[in-house]
Write a protein that binds this ligand. Structure first.
Ligand code: ATP
Ligand code: MG
Length: 138
């Protein structure tokens, strides 16, 4: 899985109509879409996906946000996918994100930051399995 990463387009970006723009920027940057779905996380799903943050003060807010509407999940493939995708999305806080990054363009705050990208090859594999069966991957 070292050339793949897991993307989520978060509820705020869907509410604001940015799915098409984000997918266009992702594919223009050289990422190939290997799996793709529109889905909605339950509270259990979101608590499990972000379990590393469960002791953080923003955890409740994060779970509320991530479950309030549908998201897009995708497996993306490219050389150095994890690192290159983190560069494309920009800093967690959109106020600190570089010009042209997805969070600079489409995110409104630290909590509501439009896009997720896996932070390691190991987590990319775990997160891909969270969303997709083998027959949903192409
Ligand atoms: P993601 O995992 O969603 O790609 P990230 O890796 O840039 O984001 P993490 O540190 O993993 O950042 O935090 C996970 C998510 O928790 C952030 O994307 C953001 O939505 C939320 N979050 C992180 N820090 C804060 C904070 N200080 N206040 C509010 N929400 C936060
Ligand atoms: Mg993270």
């Amino acid at each position: 899985m070292s050339n793949t990463t897991l993307m989520m387009i978060k509820p705020d970006a869907l509410e604001n109509g940015h799915i098409g723009n984000i997918l266009e920027k992702v594919t223009s940057a050289g990422f190939r879409i290997k799996a793709l779905k529109l889905t909605q996380l339950t509270v259990n799903d979101a608590e499990s996906f972000y379990r590393v943050h469960k002791e953080r003060p923003f955890f409740g807010e994060l779970v509320n946000f991530m479950t309030r509407g549908p998201i897009v999940a995708a497996i993306l493939e490219k050389e150095n996918a994890v690192s290159d995708f983190r560069t494309l999305i920009g800093s967690t806080n959109p106020a600190e994100a570089a010009e042209g990054t997805l969070r600079k363009l489409y995110a409104s705050s630290m909590g509501e930051n439009a896009v997720h990208g896996s932070d390691s090859d190991e987590n990319a594999a775990i997160e891909a399995s969270f969303y997709f069966s083998q027959r949903e991957r192409f």
